[in-house]
Structures are given as C-alpha cells and as structure tokens.
Design a protein around this ligand. Structure first.
Ligand code: GRF
Length: 193
C-alpha cells in the first residue's frame, strides 16, 4: 500500500474534505493532501485547509484560462489523485483525459439515480423525497466526461424515514455515509496504486 499525493477540490463547506484530513491525520490513510483548490474564494473548505497547514488555492473562474491554471497547479503539486468533494464546476475534458481513473467524485445519491446536471446539494434530496423513494445514499465514482456517470467505486444506502426532510436526509447521508465511503474509496485506491 502506498500513499498518494491528493488534491481536494471544493466549492463549499468542505465537510467531506474534513473527513479526508482527519483520516490522514489519524493514520487511517497513507496519502497526503498536497493542496486544496477552490473555484470560490469564500469556500469554507479553504479555511479548513489553512487550519491544517495544507496549501490552499483559489483559482478565479472569471479570469481567463481557468482550466489551464488548474491543470498547471495539479502538475506543479505532482498530484496522483484528484478528489472532488462538493466541487460544483465541470472539469475540462482535457483534464479528465490527463487524469483518467485518477479523479473521483462523491455524490449524495444512489447513482445512476438522481445524478446529472442540476442534481447537487439539497436539490438531490428534494428530488429523492418527491419521488417517494424508500432509500437513498451516496456514491463515490470515477469522473469521466459525463456528469455523475463514471464507474462506481463504492455506494452505500440509508433508509428514508417518514419524517425526513431534504435537510435531515442531507445531514444523515453526509455524516453516516459520505464521510466514510470517501475515505474508504481513497484507501482502496491506495491499495491498488
Ligand atoms: C456533498 O453532499 C457532496 O456529496 C456533494 O456536495 C456536498 C458537499 O458537502 N457533491 P461538503 O462541502 O463536503 O460539506
């Protein structure tokens, strides 16, 4: 088993990022988070990185050549694995090709259900409840050129309770599933490296 040089990409709060930071610090993972990158300057995930002395970078999508600047940063940091953890921007096909099978994403549903364009954050959980589903969950998958369509690495389920709201489902899936399967998926990839 060998450690990977990981870049975590975030757009928001970064609780999934935190679960990876904690697993690295606890020695559960051999890998190192070499940088945290965001397309949002105010993403709380960047503060989490700073609090743990992990280099953090904001790459402004409103400036030219976003994809090239992101790619350059990943190359500079010699990244082996890119972890999308609440990263709400589509990656350029050239980047996906360059890092084929080395980019993973965490999605809060049982893909292929409730995935694709528009299915992010609370929208996912609202749609799951509106569809009358009996169970939901989360999925870690490789990233390909589609949206939420790459090969599934791990998927885990929770039952939906009669009194669930989108918010309660979201927090239960985050805490009970996402934070665990993201770390497990990285561990699996460490093993296959
Ligand atoms: C998570 O539900 C993740 O599955 C989705 O965006 C959310 C990010 O949460 N892609 P956080 O920023 O990790 O707290």
């Amino acid at each position: 088993m060998s450690g990977l040089r990981i870049a975590v990409l975030v757009s928001g709060g970064g609780t999934n990022l935190q679960s990876v930071i904690d697993a690295v610090e606890a020695g559960v993972l051999q890998s190192k988070i070499v940088c945290v990158i965001s397309n949002k300057e105010t993403a709380y995930g960047l503060e989490r990185a700073r609090a743990h002395h992990i280099p953090d970078y904001f790459i402004n999508p409103k400036e030219e050549n976003y994809d090239e600047r992101l790619f350059a940063k990943l190359q500079e940091e010699k990244v082996d694995l890119i972890v999308l953890a609440g990263y709400l921007k589509i990656l350029a096909p050239s980047l996906i090709q360059a890092y084929r099978n080395r980019i993973i994403n965490i999605h809060p549903s049982l893909l292929p259900k409730f995935g694709g364009k528009g299915f992010y954050g609370l929208h996912v959980h609202k749609a799951v409840l509106a569809a009358g589903e009996k169970e939901s969950g989360a999925t870690v998958h490789f990233v390909n050129e589609g949206v939420d369509t790459g090969e599934i690495i791990i998927q885990r389920k929770v039952n939906i309770e009669p009194d669930d709201t989108p918010e309660s489902l979201q927090s239960r899936i985050l805490e009970q599933i996402e934070h665990k399967i993201l770390v497990e998926a990285i561990k699996m990839l460490e093993g296959s490296n």
